[in-house]
Structures are given as C-alpha cells and as structure tokens.
Design a binder for this molecule. Structure first.
Ligand SMILES: *[C@@H]1O[C@H](CO)[C@@H](O)[C@H](O)[C@H]1NC(C)=O
Ligand SMILES: *[C@@H]1O[C@H](CO)[C@@H](O)[C@H](O)[C@H]1NC(C)=O
Ligand SMILES: *[C@@H]1O[C@H](CO)[C@@H](O)[C@H](O)[C@H]1NC(C)=O
Length: 498
C-alpha cells in the first residue's frame, strides 16, 4: 500500500481542465483523490508538501511558516487546505480543524509578509512567498508561476476589500487566513491578472513558466526548447499558449508587450533533440516531451501521469499536419503547426479502435459496465465495473484507459487513483456485509452472478476467476483470499502504483 501522500503527489497530474482564472481560485474539476486536491501549481505543491512533512504543532498549523504559505496558495480556501493537510497527517478519517477555530497566524510570521509591519502589498507578498518556496526547495524557485502568485494575492486583496490601494492591513490579512472559508468578502477578484490562461497539466505549466523566463520567449519562442515543448503540449492550442506565455513574461519583466500572432513569429528553428533526424515519430515526441521536462529540473511527480496524454497529443498533431499515412511528421510541417494551427487540436487520424479484453466474460462485464450512469465520474459505483476492473488484462490503469477509449475522453479522468473510492454499499453487493470481508467464494459468486444477469453470458472457467482473485489477494497481502473491504478498495484505487 502506498501512503495517501504519494498518491497526492501524483493527483496533481490528473486534472485535465484548462481555465482562465477569472477570480477566485481556478475551478477544480478532477476527482479529489483520497485526501482531496493536491495543488496543481509547482510552488504551492512544494510548500504544501513541506507543511505536511514538517508541521510540529498540529493544534496550531499557522505556527508553521510553510503552512501559512500553503494556506495562502492552496486552491479553494484554507479549510480545504486544512482538511487535505490533516487527511495526509492522520488518514482520511477524523475531523480536520476549521480555520476559524485554530490560532491566528502569529505576528512573527505575519510580519514577514508585511511592509514595515503595516500592510501586505503584491510585492511584499510575492517576495515572502518566493522566499518561503526557495527555503523549502531551491530547485522549485524557477518553477514559481508569477501569474499564480499574483492570483493568490488578488484573492486576498479582493476578500479584504482593498482593491483600490492594493494594500492589505495586518489585521485584515490575519482575518483572511481565519475567515475566508466562512465569510464572503466584498469582491472575489481585483482583476490583477486578466486573461492569463492556466493549464492543470503540471508538465505543460512548468514548461511554460520556464519558457516565460527566457529573454526572447515572446519574440522567438519556437527557437527555445522549453517553449516548443510547452506549445506542443498546451492542450488549448498555440494561441492560448502564446497568451499564457506573454502574460507571464510581462509579469516577470514588469513589461507590457503584446501577445504575438503565431503566423508572424519566426518558424521552428531547431531540430528536436531526439535520436534521429526528422520526420518525427510518436516515440520522438514522447522522448522530446519527457526530455524537456527533465531538462528543467522539475520533480518526477509532475511528469505526465500517463503517457496517453502525450501520445494522444501526438495523434492530433499527426492528424492536423496530414501525415496519417506514415504517422511521422517532417520538420517543416511541425513548424507549420506551431504557426498556423491556432486552436486546440481535437482530431485523430482514424476512429480509435479500442482493444477488448482477451477474455470474453471479462469483456462482457466491461460492456455492461460502460452503460453505468456514472461511468465518467465514478466507475466503482457500479458493481459490473468493479468486477471488470478485477479481471481486466493489464490491471486497473489499463481498465481506466479502456473506459477512456470506449467513451472517447482522450485520456481524461482515466486514472483510477482519482476515482471515488469503492463505497461500503457497493462492496456489500459483492462481499459479506456482516463481516466486511470478501472471500474467494464471494468473488466467484459475484462474478458468475453478474454474468448471469446479462443476456447470453459466456461462462469462464472457474480457474480463470480464481486466478484473478489470487492476484488481488497477493497484492493485498491476504493470501488466504479473505480480503477486508478497505484492502479491496485500496486494490481498486492503488494497485497500479504499489
Ligand atoms: C535539487 O536538484 C538537484 C539536482 O537535480 C538534486 O540533487 C537535489 O536533490 C534537489 N534538491 C531538492 C531539495 O529536491
Ligand atoms: C508539409 O510541408 C510542406 C512544406 O511546407 C508542404 O509542401 C506539404 O504540403 C506539407 N505536407 C502536408 C501533408 O501537408
Ligand atoms: C477466458 O474466457 C473463457 C470464456 O469466457 C474461459 O473459458 C477461459 O478460461 C478464460 N481464460 C483465459 C485465460 O482467458
């Protein structure tokens, strides 16, 4: 079993929605995972991780400066921060404290955010936040997204009602940490960061932030590796990428350059650093993307959580450039894509053929599973899906990908780690509700019972079913085959990662 912490580290990889932050924290559309949302932003993830690992006095989370920084940047509000923090410290059960009930941020820490001990400004908040992030991990400094930091302060400024002068008095700043979760402020945003797209694919964000720090990022982005990798992996298309890049570039350089038109930018000016010369294959694109993420020193937790994100992007690139026949894209045509594609790529070369499971009975359960009303949000609410997950060749990640393929969701929400956990109620339809245990016999009965409800079931050999159960029992470390509810639920969630 992995700790929920490890799971959290990867949970940030899954959120797949791109938004323009228009005030308030960016909306969250991914499933929460075991402990709730992990910050999608690299710097916020860094301070949050440090808070989880170092908090000494659990009765007083704001006694820790990294925890205060994490509360200030954590998506949604300080109460969500606290519930995620305590879930990771003490497990998913138990009641986390509420921000209104914990001691205030002490003056010693608040003072570090203030100018002359009087008020917080964008500048004082930014330098404090950057200093705390850097003190935790100097490697994270280059990944601090200047737009994200500004958005975080914007929220504080708006809630406290100081949009007009941009200065939050000490007492009001303390109030924000205490009451933001429960009391509505006069505004949700002061609009400090207009039109600055965000992606929740962490690797694309980190590449973009790195790109924006380059001197000629806006004038000649397609001459820079991080910028090209970011542009090709920015799921909302090149125009959106250039907007995201330029607004960050302007914050970093305190400037006001206009967003360039992709058509008028210099074309792609270097060969991608891959093992062969162009045309580029899918493998080249995968190597280029992972290589570029590695080159900026971002942590492995921020890599694409599934290679599918990258291969599906490539499939759209191949389709847009019109190389479906070979699957390999010449340099010039890749350059054309950067200059002329503008919007999000959605096509792929042919209708994707989804591979069925090798076993007919498992495939029948899978087909039944696909008709679940919650197939895209909560597959394990359906017992056919639970059973199909247990028999699917390749394990639960392959099962998630199979759902994504069947429903054509382009890899979105395909990772079972972030699906809602198996409920006791669904478990009770499979195992023994009195003992809370599912035995091998229960599993066999459930498997055949579910098939029996389908028209023309293809009955499997019982040794096939037993083999599936043995694999799960071995993973769960219950070799006698009697698996408690929680351990079975863990298998459904974590068996691909541990
Ligand atoms: C920072 O990066 C270096 C080089 O990759 C690595 O050796 C070091 O462990 C990193 N430090 C932290 C705190 O992650
Ligand atoms: C690829 O680019 C070249 C050079 O611009 C162009 O002549 C060719 O038509 C393009 N290929 C496809 C398949 O669009
Ligand atoms: C697969 O399915 C068939 C029919 O459902 C079953 O008889 C067989 O034992 C299964 N075995 C394997 C290894 O797939």
């Amino acid at each position: 079993m992995v700790s929920s912490w490890v799971v959290g580290l990867t949970s940030l990889l899954l959120s797949a929605t791109n938004v323009v932050a228009t005030g308030g924290f960016p909306p969250v559309t991914s499933p929460p995972g075991a402990c709730g949302l992990f910050p999608a932003d690299a710097s916020c993830a860094t301070v949050f991780e440090a808070c989880v690992n170092t908090l000494q006095n659990k009765a007083d989370p704001y006694s820790s400066e990294v925890c205060v920084a994490a509360a200030s940047c954590y998506p949604t509000n300080p109460d969500s921060f606290l519930s995620n923090l305590f879930c990771r410290i003490q497990g998913p059960t138990g009641n986390p404290p509420k921000s209104a009930d914990i001691p205030r941020v002490p003056p010693s820490i608040l003072g570090n955010i203030l100018v002359r001990g009087e008020f917080a400004s964008l500048q004082s908040y930014t330098s404090w936040y950057n200093r705390v992030v850097t003190s935790v991990n100097p490697n994270a400094t280059v990944l601090i997204d200047p737009a994200f930091v500004k958005m975080s302060f914007d929220i504080i400024l708006a809630w406290t009602g100081f949009c007009s002068n941009g200065e939050v008095p000490a007492g009001n700043l303390g109030d924000w940490f205490q009451f933001f979760s429960t009391v509505t402020g006069p505004a949700t945003t002061c609009n400090l960061v207009p039109n600055c797209p965000i992606t929740f694919y962490p690797y694309a964000m980190d590449l973009t932030v790195t790109c924006a720090r380059q001197q000629n990022a806006v004038s000649n982005p397609f001459s820079i590796q991080s910028c090209v990798a970011a542009a090709l992996n920015w799921h909302d298309g090149v125009d959106s990428f250039l907007q995201a890049l330029t607004c960050r570039y302007n914050i970093i350089n305190n400037g006001n350059v206009a967003v360039p038109a992709s058509n008028s930018l210099p074309p792609l000016s270097f060969n991608l650093p891959v093992s062969n010369s162009p045309p580029y294959t899918q493998q080249n694109f995968v190597d280029f993307t992972y290589g570029s993420v590695t080159a900026i020193g971002t942590s492995a937790a921020r890599y694409p959580s599934t290679i599918d994100f990258v291969t599906r992007t490539w499939a759209s690139i191949v389709q847009w450039t019109n190389f479906c026949s070979t699957g390999a894209v010449p340099q010039q045509n890749l350059s054309d894509l950067l200059q002329y594609s503008h919007v999000a790529l959605t096509g792929t070369c042919s209708a994707v053929t989804c591979t069925p499971d090798a076993n007919a009975s498992c495939n029948q359960l899978f087909t039944a599973c696909l008709s679940s009303s919650t197939i895209l949000t909560d597959p394990y609410a359906d017992s056919n899906c639970v059973l199909a997950a247990t028999c699917w060749g390749g394990g639960i990640n392959a099962f998630g990908n199979a759902i994504s393929c069947a429903k054509n969701t382009q890899g979105k929400n395909a990772n079972p780690q972030f699906w809602p956990r198996l409920t006791q109620a669904v478990f009770n339809t499979l195992g023994n509700s009195n003992t809370g245990i599912i035995s091998q016999q229960n599993y066999i009965d459930a498997f055949y019972g579910a098939l029996g409800k389908l028209s023309s079931p293809i009955w499997p050999d019982v040794n096939y079913v037993i083999g599936k159960w043995t694999t799960i029992a071995t993973w769960a470390k219950f070799p006698n085959g009697n698996i408690p509810y929680g351990n079975f639920a863990d298998w459904l969630t974590y068996s691909a990662v541990a």
